[in-house]
Design a protein around this ligand. Structure first.
Ligand SMILES: CC(=O)N[C@H]1[C@@H](OP(=O)(O)OP(=O)(O)OC[C@H]2O[C@@H](n3ccc(=O)[nH]c3=O)[C@H](O)[C@@H]2O)O[C@H](CO)[C@@H](O)[C@@H]1O
Ligand SMILES: C=C(OP(=O)(O)O)C(=O)O
Length: 436
């Protein structure tokens, strides 16, 4: 088992370039199945989840030419549909959430798909209702086979229709959009998710010949076409990694320049960190977080305690709440963190409390952080990373703490953060990967 051994207290300094976005990569890589032609994808993050998805495609007989670690050319000429019903597929796809989006592309092109129980973070119930209800609207037959645990999906043809989604599910919307690209007639998706990940997917599909309008809104109209062709696509910088670096810089009193962040695609992310009192200097497409001896959490105009909560885009992403929470530990003032979407994502605060943080876990969805204002340091401890974002939140806590910490189960962090140890070492962090 790999662990991170971290000695906290170093102030970091330097430049860092964010990796390509994990959740966009998972969508656009699934979309290569929509065409027999070559699709070149650039700025692919070299992380566990994405590498697993690329392996899955290769095992489906997609030609995969990894030109270098960040660029890959895919050609899905003859896809092995039977592989999607194999034990090997069930096992591997069960290790990541993104594999669920292979279904939309397979349905568009082959009218057939299999969905095993998807993996991903164990952060609460992660239902697939939006995907299933959406697929049914195209006239797709869906059977859940109790014996093999797969959803079996098939149709003679996909018929475009109007659908008001159960909820603006990110992977659900991506799946339905991909299915609609080659359905007969027009599909209208209301209450669609509209994260930059989806905007990027839709723009890529339009370059391939799809006819999608309403991109960036929650009302997408898709006119089905007969055929999609190859394209080239560049993945945006990972907004969750950018937010993580902002939190890291503030907690460790560091001076970090985050390069090429694609500011217009960050939505309210910078504002939420500014609400914690963190000073951000945005110049061109870079964010500079200068060393700050202290930061003070803002209050509402009426003097009320600030709440930071998640909401579908353009609201604040749930994937950064664990980072905001850990960053608040050394602020002056208090903040209520309300994780509305997932019910098991805040339990990691017990480790932070053990390190000396003042946090009240009110219930599974809400935690109050009472900032220490740097009156005392956190203490290093041994802890285990429960999910990607809590893992990085614990890493940030460890880097800011006094003494040594050991973080176990770092495969969770490797699922979403590219070579995080070596990249942080380059900024001066004392972090070692070792086998225990
Ligand atoms: C591979 C991938 O892209 N994963 C992301 C994707 O997961 P994923 O697409 O699986 O998440 P969904 O958008 O489907 O929903 C996530 C959770 O939020 C709940 N929900 C969703 C919408 C809503 O308005 N209200 C609500 O309560 C859902 O019931 C579910 O429990 O989107 C999540 C929500 O941004 C992110 O955390 C994940 O990182
Ligand atoms: C929850 C996340 O990922 P996944 O949906 O892949 O589990 C995440 O990226 O924070």
């Amino acid at each position: 088992m790999n662990v991170f051994e971290v000695t906290g207290g170093n102030r970091l300094k330097g430049e860092i370039i964010p990796q390509g976005a994990k959740n966009e990569a998972l969508q656009v890589i699934c979309a290569v199945l929509l065409t027999p032609e070559e699709v070149t994808i650039k700025n692919i993050p070299d992380i566990l989840d994405v590498n697993l998805l690329i392996e899955l495609l290769a095992e489906m007989n997609v030609e995969v030419n990894r030109v270098d670690r960040s660029t890959c050319v895919f050609k899905a000429k003859d896809v092995d549909i039977d592989y999607l019903h194999s034990e090997a597929f069930r096992k591997k796809s069960g290790r990541l959430r993104g594999s669920v989006m292979l279904a939309g592309a397979m349905l568009a092109r082959y009218k057939k798909a299999f969905i095993p129980k998807p993996g991903g973070d164990q952060i609460g119930r992660r239902r697939l209702d939006t995907h299933v209800i959406g697929f049914e609207k195209f006239g797709i037959d869906i059977n859940h086979n109790q014996e093999d645990g797969f959803f079996h999906l098939s149709a003679r043809e996909l018929k475009g229709s109007y659908m008001l989604l159960d909820e603006p599910s990110v992977t659900g919307t991506a799946n339905i959009v991909m299915a609609a690209t080659m359905a007969k007639g027009t599909t209208t998706i209301y209450n669609a998710a509209c994260e930059p990940y989806l905007q990027q997917l839709c723009k890529m599909l339009n370059r391939m010949g799809a006819r999608i309008s309403g991109i960036g809104s929650n009302l997408l109209v898709i006119e089905g076409v007969e055929y999609l062709s190859g394209t080239e696509h560049t993945i945006l910088p990972d907004m969750i990694e950018i937010g993580s670096f902002i939190g890291l810089a503030a907690m460790t009193q560091s001076d970090i320049l985050i390069k090429n962040v694609s500011v217009p695609d960050l939505g309210v992310i910078p504002n939420r960190f500014e609400q914690l009192g963190i000073q951000l200097e945005i110049t061109g497409d870079d964010i500079h977080v200068p060393t700050q001896e202290s930061y003070t959490i803002q209050k509402y105009f009426d003097g009320g305690v600030l709440t930071i909560y998640d909401h579908p885009w353009p609201g604040f992403t749930p994937d950064l709440l664990s980072i905001v929470l850990v960053t608040a530990i050394q602020a002056h003032g208090s903040v209520l963190i309300h994780q509305k979407m997932f019910e098991s994502r805040l339990f990691f605060v017990d480790k932070l409390i053990e390190m000396g943080a003042q946090i009240i876990l009110c219930d599974p969805h809400r935690a109050v952080v009472i900032g220490l204002g740097r009156e005392q340091n956190l203490r290093g401890i041994t802890m285990s990373s429960p999910d990607i974002r809590a893992g990085v939140a614990l890493l940030i806590a460890a880097l800011s703490a006094e003494g040594k910490s050991t973080i176990q189960n770092i495969e969770q962090i490797d699922r979403g953060y590219q070579h995080i140890d070596t990249r942080l070492q380059a900024l001066g962090a004392d972090i070692r990967r070792s086998q225990k």
